[in-house]
Write a protein that binds this ligand. Structure first.
Ligand code: GDP
Length: 490
């Protein structure tokens, strides 16, 4: 899914694309011809990043006399409206005077700029890529928009800006809600300068203050919309991934074999099951031809990481006769670290010699090595015989729902009060009791909660775990990576 499809291909002139983050997912990633001749914009997506992308094409059409003015106009407009700018150069053509001119403008830009060296497919454009370092816009991202290569690197470059922006939004939202809370508290009783009376607020005050209703139900965003659920089947070579995908798709689209090394190129397949749409992201790279033995593991890690990032739910496929070895656990941890929902599929159940011991080992390993995501579902199946597939897909849907879980602010704060009462916060290093004043869910996918407190650095890890597992149990998010962000308030 390329955010820069049409424009970045044929042209050799400088291009500026700008990106504005959007909450919620956008279904499309194409750049459509837009309202004006010079500016095209569309919703875009790169894995889990959703944004509006503005393509300031048309620079190369203008004559030199108007070029400067138009460039400035377009650039200025894109820069004031966007959160990040991507400057594209044609790596094959090298850095042109126009690129250099553009870079001068962009170095003074009020937003971050990511330099993208396009047309680097298959390692081409090296010369231009190295020249691009000289533009003073940081490390260029080598990419091939036409071939869809390098999107992972672009993703990595964009991600920190996205996260920072989202955290800022969440903070602004929470600050506003917090101010409203204080205002409500001030009417009810006196609030000390440090907001101490907030502790005395009744949960009802909190509900009134943040303007939410009294609905105590946990709201799960039902992703029944048009967007397919992105699923990656990941695992060591030979655990049966291709066989499983063949089965799920109901036809022999991929080649399978007893030896690792069978390949396929397509990166994703759309498909329906139980009335829902899914997109299967393949980890074809695991079986790439270019296998240099000692780099196989490295290759596996890189390709698996790619697939994980493209997916929402990852099915980690195990071989029932060799479950949860080191590589299995590495992949499971990658899934969790990337904040994706995880389902464990114990494949080759038909050929499993000791089923009891196998399940016990899966459970033990999850408990000892993945304790931070307690409750990951595991499903036994035989891809070969087509058994257990329904259960597997049900588990995928289940974790997808949990991964999209949204907890209302009122319910969250009521819950927080209970947690704080059950286990009062310890004293901070300054000798005074720590206080968590307020919590709000900053984002979903994975569920991320912002907590506003005094001296976050003093909060012991054990208390963080207490809160995380409390959230997981009380809001039905078993097996889901939950993130907590602590922000300092007085
Ligand atoms: P991949 O490398 O993970 O894609 O694995 P493949 O799908 O190529 O399968 C590797 C081998 O395991 C093949 O010989 C498959 O026939 C076999 N296999 C896959 N699923 C099953 C299963 O459910 N039961 C058994 N007994 N063998 C399986």
């Amino acid at each position: 899914c390329s955010p820069l499809p049409s424009s970045a291909g044929p042209t050799s002139a400088s291009l500026l694309c700008s990106i504005a983050w959007q909450a919620g997912a956008s279904p499309s990633c194409t750049i459509c011809p837009g309202v004006t001749r010079d500016r095209r914009e569309a919703p875009g997506r790169l894995a889990d990043l959703s944004f509006r992308i503005v393509d300031t094409a048309g620079l190369e059409e203008a004559g030199p006399e108007v070029l400067e003015g138009r460039m400035r106009q377009q650039t200025d407009r894109a820069l004031t409206e966007a959160h990040v700018a991507l400057m594209l150069i044609d790596a094959r053509a090298g850095v042109t005077p126009l690129d250099a001119h553009f870079a001068d403008l962009l170095r003074k830009a009020p937003i971050p700029v990511i330099l993208v060296a396009n047309k680097c497919e298959g390692g081409a454009g090296k010369g231009g890529l190295y020249e691009a370092y000289g533009l003073g816009l940081g490390d260029p991202v080598p990419l091939s928009a036409e071939h869809g290569e390098g999107l992972g690197v672009l993703y990595d470059a964009l991600r920190p800006f996205h996260d920072a922006h989202m955290a800022e939004e969440a903070k602004a939202e929470a600050d506003a809600a917090y101010a409203a809370l204080l205002a409500a508290g001030a009417q009810a009783r006196d609030v000390g300068p440090d907001g101490a009376a907030l502790d005395a607020l009744e949960p009802d005050d909190i509900e009134l203050a943040d303007g939410e209703d009294n609905d105590f139900a946990v709201e799960a965003i039902d992703p029944r919309g048009e967007r397919p659920i992105q699923v990656a089947i990941v695992g060591r070579p030979n655990t049966g991934k291709s066989t499983l995908i063949n089965r799920l798709l109901g036809e022999e689209r991929l080649v399978t074999g007893p030896e690792a090394g069978v390949t396929r190129d397509a990166i994703a397949v759309d498909w329906g099951w139980g009335g829902r749409r899914f997109r299967l992201v393949d980890t074809a790279g695991l079986r790439r031809k270019a296998r240099i033995e000692n780099s196989l593991e490295k290759l596996m890690v890189a390709e698996t990481l790619n697939a994980i990032r493209l997916a929402e739910v990852c099915v980690l496929l195990l071989d029932a006769n060799m479950v949860m070895d080191r590589q299995d656990l590495t992949i499971a941890r990658m899934v969790v670290d990337e904040g994706r929902a995880l389902v464990i599929g114990v494949n080759k159940w038909d050929a499993c010699t000791d089923r009891g011991a196998t399940l016990q080992r899966v459970a033990d390993r999850l408990e000892s090595s993945l304790a931070q995501v307690r409750g990951v579902p595991n499903v036994t199946l035989s891809a070969l015989q087509g058994r257990g597939l329904d259960q597997l897909m049900e588990a995928v849907l289940l974790v997808h729902g949990r991964w999209n879980r949204r907890v209302s602010t009122s319910r969250l704060n009521r819950w927080l009060q209970g947690m704080l009462e059950r286990h009062p916060l310890p004293l901070g290093k300054h000798g005074r009791r720590l206080k968590i004043r307020y919590a709000t869910q900053a984002k979903i996918r994975p569920p991320t909660f912002a907590l506003f407190m005094t001296r976050p650095d003093d909060l012991p890890e054990s208390y963080v775990r207490y809160l995380t597992s409390g959230l997981r149990e009380d809001f039905d998010m078993a097996g889901i990576p939950i993130r907590l962000l602590f922000r300092a308030t007085k």
